[in-house]
Design a protein around this ligand. Structure first.
Ligand code: BGO
Length: 270
């Protein structure tokens, strides 16, 4: 059975290093459809039935940069069998922002925590089992530069593609979930169940690109707009900022539960 695994991560997370380690010289370079952003694919070493698709480096699945649009169009349009999300273990807060969005797509996700050689050298600790429990998906440690754990990461993504579902464990605050539930019921209930949440969150954020593809009647649009406005009023912020802020609050909790910095909290003598 042939499998497609998308490699997703922030710029500088080590994505190119990992892609090269996984595919070696077995790479094909082209462009993403309609744009001049480079598209790289390659066959996974030792598993020629598996294609690794290297997505552009991105911080988010918002519609604001060409790279984000290319990456999310691929993820929601082509629906790869799994996502291998590489994150920089020395910069968890920034990198997990994308992870919280990838786990909402209804595609199996495996997280590869990269730069573990640096994390360990610094004496910091990441509780991988706890991180996995918090995110609701498999998490593995790697050092792309040294080649440590890289094939295992890809094999976990192959396993997840065949056997695992990633169900996001994070919930937003009451008013947001209330609006999202209404949106799911009113607009996206005909979609496959695992895709509904991502679309409903994007509609809550008034994502133009998603809205314009959905052909929603003006009656329904007004109905949804009322739901969004009441959440905005209750939380005293605009919908998009509410979602961003609540993601960071969640990420702070995740980090608190699974990350220990050496000497954190110790008093300096200077
Ligand atoms: C330079 N460990 C360590 N220590 N470094 C890593 C690891 C790892 O596991 N993985 C990647 N790097 P990209 P994107 C560099 O290029 O793959 C390093 O953007 C340098 N270059 O070697 O390019 C990797 O594709 C000069 O570092 O990331 C690279 O996601 C001095 O992380 C950087 C120091 O990796 C980004 C580093 C001329």
């Amino acid at each position: 059975m042939s499998l497609k695994i998308a490699l997703a991560g922030n710029p500088n997370s080590g994505k190119t290093t990992l892609f090269n380690a996984l595919t070696g010289s077995n790479q094909f370079v082209g462009n993403w459809p309609g744009v001049t952003v480079e598209k790289k694919e390659g066959k996974l070493k030792k598993h020629s039935e598996v294609t690794i698709v290297d997505l552009p480096g991105i911080y988010s699945l918002s519609p604001y940069t060409l790279e984000e649009v290319v990456a999310r169009n691929y993820l929601i349009g082509e629906r790869p069998d799994a996502i291998l999300n590489i994150i920089d273990g020395t910069n968890l807060e920034r990198n997990l922002y994308l992870t919280t969005q990838l786990t909402e797509l209804g595609i199996p996700v495996v997280v590869a925590v990269n730069m573990m050689d640096i994390v360990k050298k610094q004496g910091d600790q990441i509780n991988i089992n706890e991180l996995s429990k918090q995110l609701g998906c498999k998490v593995v440690e790697i050092s792309a530069l040294k080649g440590d754990g890289v094939l295992k990461a890809a094999e976990e993504a192959m396993y997840a593609a065949k056997n695992a579902k990633t169900i996001p464990l994070h919930t937003f605050s009451g008013p947001v979930e209330h609006a999202i539930a209404h949106i799911e019921e009113a607009v996206v209930h005909n979609m496959p169940e695992e895709q509904q949440r991502w679309y409903a969150i994007k509609i809550f954020e008034r994502d133009d690109k998603v809205l314009s593809k959905m052909n929603i009647s003006s009656d329904l649009k007004n109905h949804i707009e009322n739901d969004i406005k009441s959440a905005e009023k209750e939380l005293d912020d605009d919908a998009e900022s509410i979602i961003t802020n609540e993601r960071y609050v969640y990420i702070a909790e995740v980090i608190k539960a699974c990350y220990k910095k050496k000497n954190a909290g110790s008093l300096t003598t200077s």
